[in-house]
Unconditional design. Structure first.
Length: 160
């Protein structure tokens, strides 16, 4: 039976990150304060680093009509794609804060965000590392979203 395996980096804290990734994750942690999460109190922040050196951030925005909300990853990536449509995405950092939790376990992107990031990788023509960390604790580096979304749906799957 075929299996799917992948390698990732697991670091004991953000102090072990490269300077570039440390600053990106710090931006994601900080922007969690701007999240609009009155229903879940689960505040997510995302920071996107572009090749030109710009860092764009986004937060989750909840809505009483639940499907209307948006995740932090898609919020930040939408800003990046809107403001810098031809710029390459170098890395994405995701963090969260929750007053009810310990804030020490990394949160991974939901399926919809994994698909969205997959499309960004396709547009970039290169992998986009994901740096995942809570307010404290372990940090994970996933080298491509394809590791979190094997058999993803993409342009080549569209039959016209």
């Amino acid at each position: 039976m075929p299996t799917f395996e992948f390698n990732y980096d697991e670091l004991p804290s953000d102090q072990e990150l490269s300077s570039q990734y440390f600053h990106l994750l710090s931006a994601a942690k900080q922007v969690t304060e701007n999240a609009y999460a009155p229903y879940s109190n689960f505040r997510v922040g995302c920071a996107v680093l572009l090749k030109n050196g710009e860092t764009l951030v986004g937060v989750n925005i909840e809505n009483a009509s639940y499907p209307v909300g948006i995740c932090a990853e898609r919020s930040a990536l939408s800003s990046a794609l809107s403001q810098y449509p031809d710029e390459t995405i170098i890395a994405i950092a995701i963090s969260y804060s929750s007053p009810e939790g310990e804030n020490n376990k990394a949160a991974f992107p939901c399926g919809m965000c994994r698909q969205f990031i997959s499309e960004c990788e396709h547009k970039n023509k290169q992998a986009i590392p994901l740096i995942l960390g809570a307010q404290q604790g372990k940090v994970f580096i996933i080298h491509t979203v394809q590791h979190l979304l094997p058999f993803s749906f993409g342009k080549d799957d569209l039959v016209i």
